[in-house]
Every structure is written in structure tokens, then in C-alpha cells.
Design a protein around this ligand. Structure first.
Ligand SMILES: Nc1ncnc2c1ncn2[C@@H]1O[C@H](COP(=O)(O)OP(=O)(O)OP(=O)(O)O)[C@@H](O)[C@H]1O
Ligand SMILES: [Mg+2]
Length: 335
């Protein structure tokens, strides 16, 4: 086995629909035992990629090896090695939490006793023990999501795919999902591929991240590598009264300012050493007649990396693409 080190190897994979190329010549590898994140705005192609890697839809061109096997030539073998949590909730509302997991275990042919033990252990880890005999219809969104992640692990997959595991969850449930995943990963032996449009999730959870926009990977590396790949190390944010664009234009002429973005009354400037350069930056504003009502400094985040490479914020993208929320597999008519 020459590929022993890599859990996933994706080679020049493309998915073209009549009106859009959802995934456009994407290549990357995922190491065994890491949490690899695919970070991008709505419509970037994340779900389409997951659906190809989990053998639900064929690529238009290119291929990938997931675990032992090729997704195009050996989809059955691939399916035995993976666990999948799709973006949309899929647990059966008319069954109990336990029954939802049990059906999965039986599909994979896990013997009764082992199945019971494994389900019990997983329910405990996602803090659903005590609720397993209740119908899923009575669960909260966070409970349902946790159940579905646990369900995907019943057959001890080598590779876990999570498509937006914390979308729509309250902050507490998000933290619970993160803790659970970290705990599972600590035990070793599993690789996780997840997609997200939450910058903090990618930063917190992933050892490596690929940033995807409009079907293409625009940057890839560890969160620290990505942040240090862009100029400046701090962001100075200003709230202003008056013509923000004028001030932004003037700030761009300062030697320590690398990039300036304007959102309404907010100005964000990527700078070297924010604490040292705040004063000269505020001084510059004096000359433009724009009044600064507040100023703050923070370290560059993956959000700033996204802005650097795409020229837009992930939020802008989201508001623009709200109509695309029809989601994975939606009929083209809905787009
Ligand atoms: N079955 C399909 N037929 C036609 N177009 C599709 C189909 N599935 C997805 N698309 C389009 O491909 C693009 C990528 O969609 P995809 O669902 O992969 O994005 P995403 O990154 O998962 O977005 P989100 O964050 O909203 O889940 C979108 O423009 C979408 O409308
Ligand atoms: Mg999606």
C-alpha cells in the first residue's frame, strides 16, 4: 500500500451542472487522524464535494480515493469505511433515538450484543443517555444533530464526513459537538472531514483547512499558516461618522496598512503591529474630517484570510446567496 499515510486523496475532481460548475478542478489530501475542514460560503460547493466523496453522486471528471478505495470504481468498498452526517437532518422522527441507531447498526450487520454496547457508549458520549427511549420528534435541534453524529459512528468508520455539523445550533450545542468530536479524535484511528461556513469552527477544530469559493480551493493550510500567509498580523477596526470611504482611501496610503475594507460605518484595516500603529492611524483620520467613534484591535482571523483572497466577507456572500439555500440536491428549478 503506497497511500498508507493519506486517508483521502482527491485528484482534480469536478462536478458540472448544466448552469454551474459546483466543484471546479479540486485536489487535496487528508492525513490519517486529522480533522480536515472545508470552509466556504453558501453555494461554494461544499455539499457537492461531500456527496461525491461519499459516493452519492458521480464526479463529472477526476476522482478520489477515500480510505482503501476509489470512489468511482469501488463505491461499495468506500461506503463500508465511512460514516456520513449530511447537512439536512435525517433521523426518523417517528422512531426513538435508540431505534434510529439500532437500524443503522443492523444495516451494517453488527451483532446484537456489540451493537447494544456500542450504541450505549455513543449515546453516553453525546449526552443522550436517558432520552434514548423518547421519540426523536421530541428532541431539540441540537439533540437531533448529536444523535445523528453518534449514529454515523455505530459501525466504527475509519473516516467520518460531517457536512456543516453545527449549522443552526445554539452556541452551547455547538460547543458540545466540538467537545464530542475532539474526544473521538483523541482515541485515534479516525479521520474527520468536515465542511463549515463558520470561521471559528474551522479555526478551533481543524488541523488543516481548505478555503473554497465558487467551486475552487483558494487557500489551504493549517489555520496558523493561513493567517500568516496574508500581509499584516492585526486588524484595526474603526466605527466612524461621516464618509467612511474617504477615510479608507486615506488609510490605504499609510505604509503599515496592507488592506482596508468598508462595511457601512465600519472600517477594517489590516496592519503590522496594531498596538504600535493605532495612534498614527487615528491621526491620519484627523486630516479627513471623518470622526472616529470607536476603535479596536484584534488578531487576524480566518475571516480576514477569506477577505484577503476573495475581496469579500463570508457574510456578504451569504446575504447574496440566500436564494441558493434550497440546498443540496435541490432541483435546478429552485435555484
Ligand atoms: N443537483 C443540482 N443541480 C444543479 N445545481 C446544483 C445541484 N446541487 C447543487 N447545485 C449548485 O451547485 C452549487 C454548489 O452547491 P452546494 O450545495 O455544493 O454548496 P454548499 O457550499 O454546500 O452551500 P451551503 O453552504 O449553502 O450548503 C450551488 O450553486 C448549487 O445551487
Ligand atoms: Mg452545503
Amino acid at each position: 500500500m503506497s497511500h498508507e499515510e493519506k486517508a483521502v486523496e482527491v485528484e482534480d475532481i469536478t462536478k458540472r451542472y448544466p448552469s454551474i460548475t459546483a466543484v471546479n478542478h479540486v485536489s487535496f489530501t487528508v492525513d490519517q487522524g486529522e480533522i480536515f475542514g472545508f470552509l466556504g460560503p453558501n453555494g461554494a460547493g461544499k455539499t457537492t464535494l461531500v456527496r461525491m466523496l461519499t459516493t452519492l453522486i458521480p464526479p463529472t471528471s477526476g476522482t478520489a480515493r477515500v480510505g482503501c478505495c476509489d470512489i468511482v470504481r469501488q463505491p461499495e468498498e468506500v461506503r463500508l469505511e465511512i460514516g456520513v452526517v449530511p447537512q439536512a437532518l435525517t433521523s426518523d422522527l417517528d422512531l426513538t433515538g435508540y431505534e434510529n441507531m439500532d437500524i443503522y447498526g443492523r444495516l451494517y450487520g453488527i451483532p446484537y450484543k456489540e451493537r447494544q454496547e456500542r450504541i450505549h457508549e455513543l449515546l453516553q458520549r453525546v449526552a443522550l443517555l436517558g432520552r434514548e427511549k423518547d421519540l426523536v420528534a421530541t428532541y431539540s435541534g441540537g439533540m437531533r444533530r448529536r444523535l445523528e453524529i453518534a449514529r454515523a459512528l455505530v459501525h466504527r468508520p475509519r473516516i467520518l464526513f460531517l457536512d456543516e455539523p453545527t449549522i443552526g445550533l445554539d452556541p452551547q450545542s455547538r460547543l458540545a459537538v466540538w467537545d464530542f468530536l475532539r474526544g473521538m479524535m483523541k482515541e485515534g484511528g479516525m479521520t474527520t472531514f468536515l465542511t463549515t461556513h463558520y470561521m471559528d469552527e474551522a479555526d478551533e477544530l481543524c488541523s488543516r483547512v481548505a478555503i473554497i469559493d465558487a467551486g475552487r480551493i483558494i487557500a489551504m493550510g493549517s489555520p496558523a499558516e493561513l493567517k500568516s500567509s496574508i500581509p499584516g498580523n492585526d486588524i484595526i477596526s474603526l466605527v466612524v461618522e461621516g464618509r467612511a470611504e474617504d477615510l479608507a482611501g486615506s488609510l490605504k496610503t499609510l505604509p503599515f496598512v496592507h488592506r482596508v475594507t468598508v462595511e457601512g460605518n465600519d472600517i477594517h484595516a489590516a496592519v503590522d503591529s496594531g498596538s504600535k500603529n493605532l495612534a498614527p492611524l487615528v491621526e491620519q483620520a484627523g486630516g479627513t474630517g471623518v470622526k472616529i467613534t470607536s476603535a479596536s484591535i484584534h488578531e487576524q482571523s480566518l475571516e480576514d484570510v477569506f477577505i484577503h483572497y476573495t475581496g469579500k466577507t463570508i457574510r456578504e456572500e451569504e446575504t447574496k446567496k440566500v436564494s441558493f439555500l434550497a440546498g443540496p440536491g435541490a432541483p435546478p428549478g429552485q435555484r
